[in-house]
Design a protein around this ligand. Sequence first.
Ligand code: HEM
Length: 583
Amino acid sequence: MALLTVIITIISLPAALFLWTAHALALNREKVKAIGLPYVVRWISPINPFWLLYGSSFVRLCTRLGIATENMQHIYSYGWEANERARIHLKHGDVFVLVHPGGISLSVANAETIYDILRRRTDFRRNMEEMAVLNVYGKNLSTTDDQEWQQHRKMTGVTFTEKNNEVVWIQSVKQATGMLEYWSQKEEQPIRSTHDDTKVFTLNVLAAALFNNVYHFEGFAEAKKENHKDDPSYQYRESLSTILSSIIQIFIFGEDGLKAWWTPVSWKDAANAMSTFRLYIHGLMDEERTLLRQGANVNQHLVARLVRACEDGRIADDGAPDELPEDAEKPGRNINLTEEEILSNLFVYAFAGNDTTSIALTNLLVHLAANPETQDWIAEEINHYLPHEVTERWSYNNFQKMKRCGAVIMESLRMCHPLSQLVKTTGSSSQILNVDGTQYKIPASTAVHCSLPALHSHPKYWGSTAMEWNPSRFISIDGTENVSSVNTFEEERLAADTSQHFMPFAWGQRVCPGKRFAQVELVAALVVFFKNYRVILEVNDGETEHQARKRAWNTSLKVDHEGHMLHEMVKPESIGLKWVKKV
Ligand code: HEM
């Protein structure tokens, strides 16, 4: 009898799940039909926690076994939008609806519609349900809205001044020099750790710019070998990188859940890393408080400013933040964040400022290795403005001059973006949305995904060469597009880094506060790398150089983010890079 009960329970559980799913899907499908936009059905909610963890592996397995449907291969992996780019929109329309058992979501690749959505910021708010994964230490700038968000943004934004960008430039030149030395010493051995080493690079730059901790660059493998366990200054780097690589597990199980007896060691390590990072930041805050009490506080980094602001109850009026939204109050105002909110914001800046930029840099280097003629193109510019040897004294003023470097960064972000979607929601009420002159009523609680990879590769905006590498599309001379031969470098103009169909750092109220930070960091790295060196691809056995370039390019376009939040190349280690000094 007991056995029969167990068997019935085992059979009825999946059956009940199936019936519930089918029912929920049918209800949502009715809602979608009423909208009138094209729609696509999927049977599993994109934010189902187990799907977040294992969904992409499941799709890969089904594909290998030959049992994955076409739909499954296109829209079931976590982060499918990044791989689909504009292709799926060419099939289903610039705006279509994805319906699943958990709700409905709108996929948008139409520039006017995205512009409208971003402009109507109270009609289409940030989708906090999808951003909750960033609440590792509680609410922060990224996971709040309205007045609460303004408070977080004002407080943290004050660090992002031109003064700070200069620190970013100096540190980036220093770290990139260290990284190039490390790579070039490997001589004939191809570098397959670019994606790991660039993470060390961005962690070090951020530590210097936000926390005033200056590190000597070590390759990822060397940093692991060295025993830094007892060195508190390395705890930030170690713990943060562990947290970032386990962010989905942290979201699903929480710090305490990760410590349960049944969890794997890596999850327990993630819980320990959370506590180490917390202790580390509290330690920094205590240090700043002590300095403040002694009247000796001169630090300008983020931790110092947040602590000082909290102690004073005000933010000093000593530098205009470069990316505060238009409607924000000017500095010099009352603030009120708790210690936990400071911790949470420091975490979110570390999250938003590290992997985004390291992924962008890895993509950039692979794109340049696959397109050697672009290396010559930027080297001409670098040598024109910086004819002398690489030095840490290169002035920050040079950043603005490097237009070709800026164009290369823009083209690489256009093809491969680390974030992919700007996630909004209609919230508690329905909203009317205009798509190509027709009005659609979008129901309440609809997730709205403005797809950057689709927008950035749509032939409607980028023409027939949308999927081709061509950084010079962002350079013009006095308004003339697609310049290939130039008169003088000074005459070249770099296109705006934001337009209606190009917004790698978002746009409007929620524009990335680290935009200039990231641009400065990436340009500095390019200048150091390509002044005297070239990067070449390791050619596999039986492959021609041309085929190796094609393989690298195609690899860069395949994205995965199972288990983590950002879009990274699926197998970056399959691309070997060699750094060769120019003669
Ligand atoms: C190539 C590098 C980067 C890219 C492509 C990038 C892109 C973006 C985008 C598209 C958003 C808007 C997200 C949304 O609305 O859902 C964003 C937000 C944000 N970024 Fe960046 N970012 C980069 C680097 C950085 C850096 C270096 C920092 C800080 C040091 C930073 C800090 C932030 C923060 C804190 C937010 C949230 C802002 C808010 O919600 O008000 N980012 N970034």
